[in-house]
Design a protein around this ligand. Structure first.
Ligand code: MG
Length: 367
């Protein structure tokens, strides 16, 4: 089997909540998502999705996905999409860095592998654990009362895990954590994700101010060293996210005991092949994970579901159903949330059928 064409479609994904806001005044109203399609000489096609959280979250931006595909695509035409490690080795030699550019191709090739093997991606990634997986709901940065009301509302929809977007004014963030924690019930989990937004001394002060609250602290500061300094001064369970973008830093963080949970995102690491390597390593090292991507719609959610559902339950801290945040559906067959949980498709590959009328004409074609 050979790759004969790589195409990209640009899709705008507005939000049910209109705007998503997080640390440092950053926000997005319409997400710019790239659906990547890989066609083969056998007639099988696979799909992937890459959707950065705007251009200011990770070193990634939406147009960069499309530009990168034009650069990278010609190097893998004629290659077998099912030989995924070899394909990734070749992509890494052809284009240094830029993992988010490779992610959509890699996901699409897993979709092809699953279809050709007549197996769901979840089973090819290691096996299906349990019936469903736990979802968290990200709570956009608002006033403490508004965030508490949103948590109560999403709790009524079945979510039991909440990730507060903090990383704003320190005193307001303390009030946000206190107001939301008052809504929680036994079995709920609360994460305060500062998304690099706190200066080190303020992060230590905030953690001390909420020390009697059952809350995880996620990525308080910009650098790994600042986060480690905060980690060493707080009793809270600790999550690292933005800084963990390579195997080197993952191993360093394990060695430093810098985190209790790690947030791994498919496009941050470069696709399902690379995140599977990191996921399997974390299971071996005893580190639980939030497994997700930076954002996306139906196809990204399907890929996330296969990854999360193939992870031993006690090591899956939580995962995300981004397709329930956005108003546009790009594929049939994607996971649908029920009672705050979702499941990976039982169909071969990703188990999705893209809506070509929504995708429109491709904006990049490499053949
Ligand atoms: Mg995070």
């Amino acid at each position: 089997m050979k790759i004969k064409r790589i195409s990209a479609y640009r899709v705008e994904l507005p939000l049910h909540e209109v705007t998503y806001k997080w640390s440092g005044g950053k926000s997005v109203t319409v997400f710019d998502s790239t659906i990547v399609r890989v066609d083969t000489d056998t007639g099988l096609s696979g799909f992937g999705e890459v959707c950065p959280l705007g251009p200011f979250y990770l070193p990634a931006y939406a147009e960069g996905v499309r530009c990168g595909l034009k650069e990278l695509g010609p190097h893998i035409l004629g290659d077998d999409p099912r030989e995924l490690l070899k394909l990734n080795y070749k992509m890494d030699r052809a284009l240094k860095g830029h993992p988010y550019v490779k992610s959509g191709i890699d996901i699409a090739c897993w979709d092809i592998l699953g279809q050709s093997a007549n197996m769901p991606v979840c089973e090819l990634l290691g096996g299906r654990y349990g019936e469903t997986v736990h979802l968290y709901r990200a709570i956009s940065q608002e006033s403490p009362d508004e965030m508490a009301a949103k948590v109560a509302g999403y709790r009524a929809e079945g979510y039991r895990r909440f990730q507060l977007k903090v990383g704003g004014d320190p005193d307001t963030d303390i009030a946000r954590i206190r107001a939301v924690s008052a809504q929680l019930q036994s079995g709920d989990r609360l994460v305060a994700d500062a998304n690099t937004g706190w200066v080190q001394h303020e992060a230590v002060r905030i953690a001390k101010a909420v020390q009697n609250i059952d809350v995880y602290i996620e990525q308080p500061c910009l650098t790994y060293e600042e986060c480690l300094a905060v980690r060493r001064q707080t009793p809270h369970p600790f999550v690292l996210d933005e800084n963990i973008d390579s195997f080197d830093v993952l191993l360093r963080a394990k060695n430093d005991l810098a985190m209790d949970v790690v947030n791994l995102k498919i496009s941050k690491l470069g696709g399902l092949t690379r995140i599977k390597q990191a996921r399997d390593l974390c299971v071996s090292m005893g580190i639980a994970m939030t497994l997700e991507d930076s954002w996306g719609g139906d196809i990204a959610t399907a890929a996330i579901a296969h990854l999360a559902h193939s992870t031993p339950t006690e090591y899956l801290f939580t995962t995300t159903d981004f397709n329930s945040y956005v108003t546009v559906s790009t594929a049939d067959g994607a996971p649908q949330r029920k009672d705050g949980r979702m499941a990976a498709s039982l169909s071969p590959g990703l188990g999705i059928q893209p809506k070509m009328d929504v995708l429109g004409k491709p904006v990049v074609v490499v053949e």
